[in-house]
Write a protein that binds this ligand. Structure first.
Ligand code: FAD
Ligand code: SF4
Length: 330
């Protein structure tokens, strides 16, 4: 492993100051399960993705910890661990979708030290991106190896030159819960909805979200769902012990007498960003869900564009959509 300087700020302002001074070669470090073991260990780098010279440890900043729930919603510090999220009784009561998604991440050991901020901001799992011998487009090179290579786990929606799927389970659930991100940078703090947090390769192939090198995610806010909101999470994975999603579905919606009122359906594992399946929501609006769910789920076929080896994901997505929506309905 390449050596690096380690900074241990105790406030958010101090962390931002270090990031601003050091520039893009400094990276923030949370639990390290992705950054240290996943990328730096394997020397994964490219012309547009240099290995960091400095890591800014967020574990020494008390303000990034904690979970608070009140009548307005839940506020979760970026350094809250996934285990803390899974075990929070307050979150289980009103935000069970996040609890389930967090519980489906990796193994108990990784959830014990992996954080929410790290999970949301983790880098993609594309095996060419993770392989040190492939200087692909996302690392600043000139080829996407998935186009002619093994693309069985790649995107079926919205590739635009790079066909990663966003790997974060919590991000998929947060989008369905209409959550917001608080970001800190040199100009202070700002809130943005997760709807606008993730960016696809068409916008910037080197990044997966709006964060600039001198910014960090401080906390997540989830508004209290409307009374009676139904929530469900389904994740299909290859290895049952633990694995990333082949496809996941997060559903959060209100319904009266089985008729869809309002809500969100979000897919993981299918696109470079957590994908809001508006096509499904629109087909259910004002309709009896039990009568329409099969036809609504088939709507996913109108937006997909599978690659040479992953057409199976279309069938899987359609079925999981149907199953998750019915499970949420009860
Ligand atoms: C074997 C294995 C299995 C896994 N399975 C799954 C899975 O099933 N589902 C899933 O979703 N994930 C999975 N992961 C990924 C894992 O969940 C995440 O790696 C973990 O949650 C990341 O948290 P961390 O605190 O360790 O992040 P780190 O490794 O410390 O950071 C990850 C990235 O996020 C950035 N970052 C961290 N915190 C912030 C912040 N506050 N603001 C801005 N940037 C930040 C870092 O710079 C880095 O680029 C798996 C990982 C492993 C190693
Ligand atoms: S899908 Fe993206 S990350 Fe994977 S090889 Fe292509 S450009 Fe690289």
């Amino acid at each position: 492993m390449k050596s690096f300087e380690l900074y241990e700020p105790t406030t958010i302002e101090e962390a931002v100051g270090i990031l601003t001074k050091l520039g893009p070669k400094a990276k923030v470090l949370a639990g390290g399960s992705d950054l240290v073991t996943g990328i730096m260990k394997d020397w994964v780098q490219g012309t547009g993705m240099p290995l960091p010279d400095a890591l800014v440890d967020l574990g020494t900043i008390p303000a990034l910890r904690g979970i608070k729930v009140d009548q307005n919603g839940a506020t979760i510090g970026a350094f809250a661990t996934l285990t803390e999220i899974v075990e929070s009784e307050d979150l289980k009561r009103s935000f069970s979708l996040l609890t389930q998604a967090a519980h489906s991440v990796a193994s108990t050991l990784i959830r014990n030290y992996g954080t929410l901020g790290g999970n949301i901001n983790q880098r993609p799992r594309c095996w060419f991106f993770r392989g040190k011998d492939f200087d692909c487009l996302k690392k600043g090179g000139d080829t996407c190896f998935s186009v002619t290579g093994d693309n069985r786990y790649h995107a079926i929606i919205g590739g635009e030159g790079c066909y990663i799927v966003h790997p974060s389970d919590t991000a998929t659930s947060l989008l369905a819960l209409n959550a917001q991100a608080k970001i800190a940078g040199p100009d202070g703090e700002r809130m943005i909805p997760f709807d606008d947090y993730f960016i696809g390769p068409g916008e910037d192939i080197l990044r997966e979200n709006v964060l600039q090198p001198d910014e960090l995610l401080v906390e997540v806010f989830i508004p209290t769902p409307a009374a009676g909101t139904r929530q469900a999470w389904t994740k299909l994975k290859n290895r049952q012990v633990y694995d990333f999603a082949v496809v996941s579905v997060a559903a959060a919606f209100t319904a009266k007498d089985d008729v869809w009122e309002d809500g969100r359906i979000v897919l993981g594992g299918v696109a470079p960003v957590p994908y809001r399946a508006a096509v499904i929501e629109n087909r259910l609006k004002g309709k009896n869900i039990r009568d329409r769910v099969r036809q609504a789920a088939a709507g996913i076929r109108t937006v997909v564009r599978p690659m040479s080896m992953n057409a199976y994901k279309v069938d899987v997505t359609q079925k999981l959509l149907e199953r998750t929506i019915l499970e949420a309905l009860g």
